[in-house]
Write a protein that binds this ligand. Structure first.
Ligand code: NAP
Length: 471
């Protein structure tokens, strides 16, 4: 890997403005197994030091004028944009996603910093009436203090900027623990943050021992908020651990998105929708379609078309030209995908595309389409997080919604139809945070539901899932 700016490849952590620790833990390229870099193995002591540094930096940072913080964030955004090629290459090399996807993630990540740089100046309060004639209630929004951020490997930059940018804009200081598979992207972001002139201690990054770092972040009283993106299981654990010091908490957790295709849908548009939603990042995306529900009238035609499109995929190392699907992140991810497919096939599902490890070896898995999938199979209940499209058959709308709502997850859902089913009463029957309606001729928007369940306690901006169709 050759970066235009080799200083973006860090092998130390950032605490109180100093690069510390001994490079030890290997970071490997999931496509080749090659060593990309090493990062320190930090634990409780270093995390405590990072929290102290963040706590010490908090008074001055939070007292800065909003426009001063905005200027630093704006500079950080510009540096992310200016270093896009290096950040994308670093991400592809440690995470495996195709370079085009990595480039688009850099844009996505930088967009959060840009947005919150602007919002830094718009943290308004409120004046409320009181039950008495005299007096008014003045609501001032204040930064909570030190924020602990724990992030996953599937979006190594965006999940960090989405957490850090609003926190810094508000005047909070931050300690980040990135995923061990992708710490280099996090450290490159930290290097760029240092180049903005952000004061020491405002942003700190610690790598390695998750239970130790997480334990300290959740129990240390100086940390006033935990923000986490990752699995539902770990999210619940962090929530329990944070109870002792009654922290604010924001969780963005796992999904199991249904993708419903009605008989009247534009078939080509729906197939393209599955390709974009299911196979992006090798299916390792929280809002990926995990269960494709197809109405019985078009089931066969939809399955054949999807399988023929999937067969055209170029699989390989993300830096190779034209590659559309990279490897899975690690052996555990591969084992989970294999277990789901094995379980489905043992219960009567058929692989009409893929269905096994890719001949490239390593953690590459064939882009897969399964038919005759039922709700009894593992992949109906658990997030597969891989390039497997399981096709469920349904008779009518009620059955589709019952299947769609039949898991404890509720992060995202998609449906394709030409009929006007939203945004009126119909979407209220869904237990999901994000609902995307693609009608075949135009995109209609989406709904954020307060009723959604285990997707977490997210404090995120609404996301438009938009894709225009061809007909
Ligand atoms: P994960 O296993 O929960 O790990 C996420 C982060 O939590 C990693 O940095 C991990 O570090 C850390 N962690 C694990 N155990 C911990 C503990 N006891 N204390 C503190 N930190 C701990 O999830 P993942 O496999 O990386 O990510 C995939 C999951 O994230 C999927 O379920 C996906 O749906 C979800 N996700 C959700 C969203 C959203 O917006 N809702 C976005 C992206 C991803 P270690 O690896 O070192 O343990």
């Amino acid at each position: 890997m050759r970066l235009s700016d080799p200083h973006l490849l860090k092998d130390r952590c950032l605490i109180g403005g100093k690069w510390v620790g001994t490079p030890k833990l290997e970071v490997n390229n999931p496509a080749t197994g090659a060593l990309v870099g090493r990062v320190p193995d930090l634990g409780v002591g270093e995390t405590r030091a990072a929290i102290e540094a963040a706590n010490a930096a908090f008074p001055a940072w939070s007292a800065k004028l909003a426009k001063e913080r905005a200027a630093i964030l704006r500079r950080w955004y510009e540096l992310q944009r200016d270093n896009k090629e290096d950040l994308a290459l670093l991400m592809t090399t440690e995470q495996g996603k195709p370079l085009a996807e990595a480039r688009s993630e850099v844009d996505y990540a930088a967009s959060f910093t840009e947005f919150f740089a602007e919002e830094a100046k718009r943290i308004y309060g409120e004046v409320l009436p009181t039950p008495k004639e005299s007096g008014r209630v003045l609501v001032l929004k204040q930064p909570v203090g030190v924020v602990g951020a724990i992030t996953p490997w599937n979006f190594p930059l965006a999940m960090i900027t989405r957490k850090i940018s609003p926190a810094l804009a508000a005047g909070c200081t931050v300690v980040v623990k990135p995923a061990p598979e992708t710490p280099l992207s996090a450290l490159a972001l930290a290097e760029l943050a240092m180049r903005t002139g952000a004061p020491p201690g405002v942003l700190n990054v610690v790598t390695d021992d998750a239970p130790a770092i997480g334990g300290e972040l959740t129990s240390n009283p100086a940390v006033r908020m935990i923000t986490f993106t990752g699995s539902t299981e770990v999210g619940k654990l962090l929530m329990r651990q944070s109870a002792g010091t009654v922290k604010k908490i924001a969780l963005e957790l796992g999904g199991n998105a249904p993708f419903i295709v009605f008989d009247d849908a534009d078939l080509d548009a729906a197939v393209q929708g599955v390709l974009a939603s299911k196979y992006r990042n090798s299916g390792q995306t929280c809002v990926s379609a995990n269960r494709i529900l197809v109405q019985e009238g078009i089931y066969g035609r939809f399955a054949d078309k999807l399988a023929s499109e999937v067969a055209k995929f170029k699989v390989g190392e993300g830096t190779e030209a034209g590659v559309m699907q990279g490897p899975l992140i690690n052996a555990a991810a591969l084992a989970k995908v294999e277990a789901h497919v094995r379980d489905a096939v043992a219960q009567g599902a058929r692989a009409i595309a893929g269905g096994k490890r890719h001949s490239l070896g390593g953690t590459f898995y064939e882009p897969t389409v399964l038919t005759d999938v039922t709700t009894k199979m593992k992949l109906a209940q658990e997030e597969t997080f891989g390039p497997v499209a399981p096709l469920f058959r349904f008779r009518d709308e009620s059955e589709a919604i019952a299947i769609a709502n039949g898991t404890p997850f509720g992060l995202a859902a998609y449906f394709y139809t030409r009929e006007l089913r939203g945004p009126g009463a119909w979407p209220r029957r869904w237990n999901t945070a994000w609902l995307a309606s693609m009608r075949g001729y135009s995109l209609r928007s989406l709904r954020r539901s307060a009723a959604s369940r285990n997707q977490g306690l997210a404090a995120k901006a609404p996301i438009m899932v938009s894709r225009s169709s061809s007909s």
